[in-house]
Design a protein around this ligand. Sequence first.
Ligand SMILES: [Zn+2]
Length: 418
Amino acid sequence: MTVALEYVCDDCARPFGLDRPETTCKACGGLLEVRYDLDALPRDFRERAAAGRPMAMWRWRALLPLPDGAVQVSLGEGDTPLLRCDRLAGQLGVGKLWLKNDAQMPTGSFKDRGFSLAVSMAVALGARRGLTYSSGNAGASLAAYAARANIDVVVLADYLCNPVKLAAIRAYGAHVFRVRSRSTAEVFKALEHLGSEAPYSFVNFLNPVRHEAMKTYAYEICEALGWRAPDVMVHPVGTGGGLYGAWKGFSELYELGWTETVPRMIGVQPSGCAPIVMAVADGASFAGPAGDPSATIAQSIAGGSPIKGGRRVLAAIRRSGGTAVAVSDDEIRRAMALVAGEGVLAEPSAAAPVAALGRCLAEGKIRPNEEVVCVITGSGLKQPTELASTVPAAPPLELNADAAEIAQALASVWPVAT
Ligand SMILES: [Zn+2]
């Protein structure tokens, strides 16, 4: 039984029923937020959720807005590992470091949490057609869940969307168009003017439930830590749905009395395209367009025009006592190599949080004795060219299938003691 009550507009506080496929506020165009009655949660909910592991993310269904009785469109998302990385923590000078590895999700990115919920919601509300705009990961995730639910979707792919992500979107069977515009603001403006015949929107935040699923990060992390929150969570920020949703989840756990603190949320963006970082530095509550999305290898977070001025993500950062940090492509490449050293392949955007740690420590934004969770939001396999750029340019030496040659090669790696 869900304890979700209704949507409430961020701007005019007008309520809307959860039983309609709403996107934004009909009165003022503001973003809709789901409101819950946390007091109505059964007392044994936490224990029952712990026992429900095969359901993964859907163990927390009572804290998600899907109507009771509606079908869950699932590919087994959630319950990704929280990996303790003592060696990497030592290298970076962090007290304790965990990687929340969402690269292990069904389509290789954290977006699957949001689309499992949003597609389930769309099906429950009778929406048979959907649309999103994506640099790649969200498009692939929507395409996969739409295939699973047998609904028809169009993905408007950003001009930077790489061939691997594009192929995945098409393989799952979505209709794909590439958008020529280099301005995300221009694209969002066009989407707002599609009119009343527009299909159900899956664009982050314009869709009012996608970010709700990101609360499950917080539930899984705090559960794994014995119902304790880390000191800091570091998350890459494009539209900011991941960071905002996680913060909402941590805040709910605090309100429920399951944890005693809420982590400081640190957002990370590429230095060539960092409107949220600039707004945080200026103490602003609204982030205007800034930067060039093509100026970085971190495609998934190269968003130059925050949706609705990034107000939600800025508020989450401020209210948690956190901050935002920009990192260079060189720092990101080094972080990709460091994370690979822990057995995890991260795409550039996903390595950005680890890239930010050095700077955060140097600037006192993270103290050396603190416990930090970095989220790995997407697999390195999704940007193979950039993955290859983190290793030496020279290809591996070639060998014949010859014992002497192989022995010689082994001796070059492990010299025989003389
Ligand atoms: Zn409103």
